[in-house]
Write a protein that binds this ligand. Structure first.
Ligand code: CA
Length: 495
């Protein structure tokens, strides 16, 4: 049984014009060959910005690139037939498709409606003006291009809790929609940043409306009948009431399959917050290890000054490993994106070794790190920037090494501030490895592998070291690493 290894098959600037679904179909077998088991795909349905949408501005969940809506039939990634073909290609290669689900908000409404709103303090969402305002808001979604196919549900002002734009009077800000739900209050069981973080963007979905709730359950069932679904990545979880995802994920497991892999994007580095959230959702989900990503970012910026003994301090993978999806970068953290905290390229081989070769956590590899990425965009200072993210050369080998050598009990050697490593001892049938890395100068770690591995020759699977290492009569050897590098030592006879 292969160890679960996710590949995030996109980045923010993935090429448009329908190229991504084709690329998925083309690359599926190569990814399976390296050892990937799951592919996280971007949102497949129509976003408000149509063919330019990355997918996080949900317009119509039922339009998988099938209807003439928002300027084109296809999404940025391709049309529905290409999406189906991409999913089939993954499944044919033994890779499980994980789908991105953006339920927090909708954008690009078809019509304005008369609404009653209350102005909200954007810095403290629990503070609202006493006085209500009559205005117009973009809250009616009729999906004229789809003409009721698959679902006749019309979204209107009863389906949303807030907006950020009104007309007559024309204003932008944060506005609570006064409707039948919630007695003027936001949804609870959301993150408490800004008082209450229910509202993020667009027309914020009102989960307390039973009709909305049933429609989103129906959509999940419908979606799983259109394409193979092995799991979901749930967007913006900290803005969605925990009770909703507890119910929704339970319903999906009951109707689609008990073994669904579900990871929520609850973007928060604090372990108390994450563990409280896991309790609220009955531990039915995995969460991204945001704290570990921040450690990697900090370590990559600090160079040799970072104390590598503390690399896992405060991380999800060290406190609740069975619920941790570990990552190095993603489409939000890459340069010029909203959560930009990119890990410097020199450190990425070390970071990936730490998530791919250890016993704990479910690793997720980022597209731009495997294949590289080049793009340009406007940064916060208003100027155009060109970005080149290099492919991390040893990454395919590290993924292979995960499947071949990351076996058996783990023994840590985190004793030096710079040179750290660990041993996977292997099992009776599968070989182990010795991983050594340094964020400073070259170094080595003395490892006792035991009498069974005496006089055994090891080579660096990554090829960073051309020398061989042999254990002595007791099974002891010093395993070296170059400076700012990582080596994965494996038995020569296991190759
Ligand atoms: Ca919300």
């Amino acid at each position: 049984m292969s160890k679960r290894t996710l590949f995030q098959f996109f980045h923010w600037y993935s090429l448009g014009d329908g190229r991504l679904w084709k690329e998925v179909a083309e690359k599926a077998s190569g990814l399976a060959g390296i050892g990937f088991t799951d592919a996280w795909l971007p949102p497949a349905y129509k976003g408000a910005s149509g063919p330019h949408s990355v997918g996080y501005d949900t317009y119509d969940l039922f339009d998988l690139g099938e209807f003439e809506q928002k300027g084109r039939k296809a999404t940025k990634y391709g049309d529905r037939a290409a999406f189906e073909a991409a999913c089939r290609a993954l499944v044919d290669c033994g890779i499980r498709p994980i789908h991105d689900v953006v339920l927090n908000h909708k954008m690009g409404a078809d019509e304005k409606e008369h609404v009653v709103v209350r102005r909200v303090n954007p810095e403290d969402r629990t503070q609202m003006e006493e006085e209500s305002v009559d205005a117009l808001a973009y809250t009616r979604f009729t999906f004229p291009g789809r003409e009721g196919k698959y679902s006749q549900f019309i979204w209107d002002k009863q389906c949303f809790s807030g907006v950020d734009l009104i007309e007559e009077p024309s204003e932008t800000g944060v506005y609570r929609l006064m409707n039948e739900y919630g007695e003027g209050q936001w949804n609870d069981e959301v993150d408490d940043e800004l008082g209450n973080f229910d509202y993020l963007m667009g027309a914020d979905v009102e989960f307390r409306n039973k009709a909305v709730y049933e429609e989103l359950k129906y959509w999940g069932r419908w979606f799983s009948e259109q394409v193979p679904v092995a799991g979901f990545r749930l967007d913006a979880a900290k803005h969605i009431p925990a009770w909703f995802f507890k119910d929704w994920v339970g319903h999906m497991r009951d109707t689609i399959g008990t073994d669904l892999f579900v990871v929520a994007e609850y973007w928060h580095p604090d372990m108390t917050t994450l563990s409280n959230y896991l309790e609220l959702v009955d531990k039915q989900l995995m969460l991204f290890d945001v704290a570990l990503h921040h450690r990697f970012h900090d370590a990559s910026k600090a160079g040799g000054d970072f104390d590598m003994r503390k690399i896992f301090d405060g991380s999800l993978v060290s406190s609740i490993p069975d619920h941790a999806v570990t990552l190095v970068d993603n489409h939000d953290t890459q340069p010029l994106q909203s959560l930009e905290a990119t890990v410097e390229p020199w450190f990425k081989p070390l970071a990936y070794a730490l998530i791919l070769l250890r016993e704990q956590g479910t690793p997720c590899v980022f597209y731009a790190d495997l294949y590289g990425a080049e793009y340009s965009d406007i940064s916060e200072d208003g100027s155009q920037h060109k970005v080149e993210m290099p492919a991390i050369g040893c990454l395919p080998k590290l993924v292979e090494a995960r499947q071949r050598f990351a076996n058996g009990p783990q023994l840590d050697h985190f004793d030096d501030p710079s040179v750290v490593g660990f041993v996977r001892q292997g099992t009776e049938t599968e070989p182990g490895c010795v991983v050594v890395m340094s964020n400073g100068v070259a170094g080595q770690i003395s490892v006792d592998l035991g009498q069974d591995l005496s006089n055994t020759v090891y080579i660096d699977y990554l090829g960073h070291h051309s020398t061989e290492v042999a254990t002595d009569d007791q099974g002891i050897a010093c395993f070296p690493t170059n400076g700012g590098s990582v080596s994965v030592w494996v038995r020569r006879d296991a190759l």
